[in-house]
Write a protein that binds this ligand. Structure first.
Ligand code: M6R
Length: 357
């Protein structure tokens, strides 16, 4: 029930601090350490490459997941859009492990890949929010998201749950294989939960941003580099699906290779600055669009902020910034949709789970 909330989407956005805490509890062993089923870890350790298969928001979470497995666990990962993979399968490694990311566990595009990979005899894991869903039943192993039912068509808390579970999975797999990991994920995710709470508590500020930047715009751009690029893709998808404003997410450096031609006087450009190693580069990209008349909305991480940034995100571990950077983007989309009298929970032309290929 949405209770006192005007929309499920807002309720689900606000549940996110607790979703992160719930995941920490769900994946804790008797010793209070983060843990994952031993058979699943064995499957990861045996594999020479992970293939992440997903659609939409889950694909965006998968991109972040690739980063985690490559950086923390040290295993190569490919991320594929499920509707493409099934009909144009890449050459596979010798010992592939398939990881299906799906909130509903019912997405037909992802299921057809599961059916094909199983027929080829490859091991499969489903990361889903719905125990007993089709992809969960059909895969060898399941990891649950523990986000609670997600009703709004636009995925919010399932995305943060996917990113958190993938971080946890990569972290536990790394430790299991004897790799040294130089941070305490449990502690860092606790900090993330508090940071998300701070952002949710500042929702009036996001409403103002929606008003300032998206009241009359026909389009909007989202830019970032590294992890911020992946969050830009997800931020743009959120805006498109519920406000119908044309939006695109881009890697900051890619704009000048074509898209910058679309920048006009007043075009909103949401720019994420959470990654220290590329902060100068992304700020350079912001200057490029500003020189062409763009209206930049810079969201930077505490410690990296500069004068003129529109919002400063509470500081979290550099790997975990997607979990906080997405929150204002979800809220901005929500308020932009309200401003346009859109049906926030049930946007036109969309279904919660897409059960046709
Ligand atoms: O249930 P799934 O995670 O497999 O769904 C995949 C996409 O259909 C889904 O993420 C879709 O993009 C959402 N409406 C995004 O908000």
């Amino acid at each position: 029930e949405k209770g006192m909330y005007p929309h499920y989407m807002l309720k689900e956005i606000e549940e996110q601090p607790n979703v992160v805490r719930k995941i920490l509890q769900a994946y804790e062993n008797e010793k209070g350490e983060l843990a994952i089923d031993a058979e699943i870890l064995q499957a990861v350790n045996y594999a020479d490459r992970l293939y992440i298969i997903a659609a939409g928001t889950s694909y965006h979470a998968g991109l972040v997941g690739k980063y985690y497995f490559e950086k923390i666990t040290g295993i190569p990962v490919e991320v594929h859009i499920s509707s493409e993979f099934g009909y144009n399968m890449p050459l596979l490694s010798k010992k592939p492990l398939f990881l299906f990311i799906t909130q509903s566990g019912e997405t037909a595009d992802s299921r057809q890949v599961l059916v094909k990979t199983k027929a080829l005899g490859y091991p499969t894991i489903t990361v889903t929010n719905v125990a007993g869903s089709t992809l969960s039943r059909e895969a060898d192993y399941t990891l649950l998201l523990h986000a609670g039912p997600e009703i709004a068509v636009a995925s919010t808390k399932a995305y943060t749950a996917q990113v958190a579970v993938l971080a946890l999975f990569a972290y536990v797999a790394a430790k299991d294989s004897g790799k040294t990991v130089d941070f305490d994920l449990k502690k860092e995710l606790g900090i993330v939960a508090n940071a998300i709470q701070t952002l949710v508590d500042s929702k009036e500020e996001m409403e103002k941003i929606a008003h300032e930047f998206l009241e009359v715009s026909r389009n909007a751009f989202y830019i970032g580099r590294n992890l911020d690029f992946y969050v830009s893709l997800e931020g743009a998808l959120k805006l498109k699906e519920i406000s119908y404003i044309q939006a695109e997410g881009f890697a900051g450096g890619e704009l000048k290779h074509g898209t910058i031609a679309l920048i006009e006087e007043g075009t909103p450009v949401f720019s994420l600055v959470t990654q220290k190693a590329v902060s100068l580069n992304i700020r350079g990209n912001v200057k490029e669009v500003v020189a062409r008349g763009a209206n930049p909305c810079i969201l930077s991480m505490e410690g990296m902020e500069e004068e003129g940034d529109r919002y400063v995100l509470p500081k979290v571990h550099p790997y975990l910034t997607p979990l906080v950077a997405i929150i204002p983007l979800q809220l901005i989309s929500y308020y932009a949709a309200l401003q346009r009298d859109c049906d926030v929970d049930k946007p036109r032309n969309l279904a919660k789970s897409v059960t046709v290929e």
